[in-house]
Ligand binder design. Structure first.
Ligand SMILES: [Zn+2]
Length: 492
């Protein structure tokens, strides 16, 4: 077990040496998606970040229990305690059952994550599957005196809780500040204090998702499910809790309060938060149109980018940034990643066919390996790791061109390490699509040549030749577009 792993803990805002509660075992909980629409790319980045963390912990030899929930009830519009449930709203708009909405978008989510080669979590619990556990948890919080019932709803009393245990540790928000900044009780008639949050909400007659409870028909509050499910599967104190940066407040802060109220201890040792993804320099939002779905990226059918990008290229692009920094996705950046990814794939292919040529190597494999692990042990710094993999590719190519030499022993070890980092840790694969992309470079060159020949033929009015090229390509589903400056191709 490598004990030099250091992680940035959002709770202390410091890098800390990672030490699991149980030797060789890690419990990790990550807030999953609310399945009311197709998973968006920003969420995918969060889950790819935690996939990298999951993979690296396993690579280090930890047995990881990775729990990632599916939110299928309780997440209201605007992340607040009032308004319509996101899933119920979608069901109403489409005249289908809420569970049809859940099924459709859970499948979409899983399918998208599989295409990104993200490993499935060990347990994927749903909020609706844990209503009993959530009701039990509310009872315990009420018993501690930290929650109160009003008119069929139950709220967490932040002021009361704060008197015993400070609220706001994770986000660094002070309770006084919260009281000062929270809007008045307007529209929140039930609550004692506006900053209190719902544990259980009474179902209004129009609310279609509701369950019986000691407080009447209702549904659980959004923050409650994660506490109920993380405690159930990982215990009252576990190693890692992850999620998107935007969940830090109020969602994760509320999770801490709920757990501390009942278990009287900090529920999580390391809080890890993945940063957001912007598109062409701006926040991604459906409402402004500055948005793209993963599927649209993979198929190329979108108005944002001129061409399609494979899931592996998009994953590689994301891993080229550290999970805690903001990444901006753009055509130029993706094209650069595509080239880089293909170079890496080609390098690994070359490595597979490389023949050892000497007893000694001109590459310090041991030092290089240490640098690779050093990067990943430093809060999962994948961009630095990728930089070292490129150093190896340079050496591989030079060796293939007889400019450098490698020993048999080093060659075998280099093959093993490259494969482990590329496949197991970074979760990349030279799948059919990426092989195709690498071949596309050759294809593009061939097409450019054909294009030139065809333009020459058209200029000299040799339409027989130009039509021959056009028709032959059309049969291969390659569409030719003529323009005054020259023709271009579109591969369907
Ligand atoms: Zn959560």
């Amino acid at each position: 077990m490598n004990s030099s792993l250091v992680v940035f803990n959002s709770l202390t805002s410091k890098k800390e040496t990672f030490k699991s509660i149980l030797p060789n075992k890690v419990g990790m909980y990550v807030c999953g998606p609310t399945v009311y629409s197709n998973v968006h790319l920003g969420n995918c980045r969060t889950f790819i970040s935690f996939d990298l963390i999951f993979r690296y912990l396993q690579h280090l030899g930890y047995k990881v229990r990775y729990v990632r929930n599916i939110t299928d009830v309780g997440h209201l519009e605007n992340d607040s305690d009032y308004g319509e449930d996101r899933i119920a709203k979608k069901a109403r708009l489409e005249s289908i059952e809420p569970m049809e909405v859940v099924q459709r978008y859970t499948l979409d989510f899983r399918d998208t994550m599989t295409r990104f080669n993200a490993l499935p979590p060990s347990i994927e619990p749903t909020a609706t599957g844990h209503i009993v556990e959530q009701i039990e948890l509310i009872k315990k919080i009420i018993n501690q005196g930290d929650a109160y019932e009003v008119n069929g709803s139950v709220y967490f009393d932040i002021i009361k809780f704060n008197k015993k245990t400070p609220y706001g540790k994770l986000s660094g928000r002070l309770i006084e500040e919260l009281i000062h900044n929270t809007r008045s009780l307007e529209g929140q008639i039930d609550k004692k204090n506006p900053q209190d949050f719902a544990l259980w909400k009474k179902a209004e007659p129009e609310h279609i998702m509701h369950w019986p409870s000691p407080w009447g028909e209702g549904f659980p509050g959004w923050h409650l499910e994660c506490t109920a499910m993380s405690q159930k599967y990982l215990g009252s104190q576990f190693d890692i809790h992850g999620g998107g940066m935007d969940l830090k407040f109020p969602h994760h802060e509320c999770e801490i309060a709920q757990a501390e109220s009942v278990y009287k201890k900090s529920p999580v040792n390391y809080w890890l938060h993945a940063n957001m993804l912007t598109l062409n320099g701006k926040k991604m939002a459906k409402s402004t149109g500055n948005n793209i779905l993963p599927d649209q990226m993979f198929s190329g059918e979108n108005k944002v980018f001129k061409k399609a990008f494979s899931p592996m290229v998009v994953r590689f692009f994301m891993l080229q940034a550290h999970y805690r920094s903001i990444v901006d996705i753009s055509e130029i950046a993706l094209e650069a990643s595509e080239k880089g990814f293909n170079r890496l794939v080609e390098g690994i292919k070359t490595l597979d066919n490389l023949v050892a040529s000497s007893i000694t190597s001109e590459f310090d494999l041991k030092a290089w390996k240490e640098k690779c692990y050093g990067a990943m042990n430093d809060d999962f710094n994948s961009p630095i790791l990728i930089g070292y993999l490129f150093d190896a590719v340079k050496y591989i190519n030079a060796t293939a061109n007889n400019k450098q030499e490698i020993s048999t022993k080093d060659l075998e070890e280099l093959k093993q390490i490259m494969n482990e980092f590329f496949n197991d840790v970074l979760g990349l694969k030279s799948d059919e699509k990426s092989i195709k992309l690498s071949e596309n470079i050759k294809l593009q060159g061939t097409l450019d040549l054909l294009s030139e020949i065809r333009d020459k033929a058209r200029n000299s009015k040799d339409f027989e030749t130009s039509d021959l090229i056009r028709d032959a390509l059309a049969k291969l589903n390659i569409q030719i577009n003529d323009a005054p400056k020259g023709s271009s191709f579109k591969i369907k």
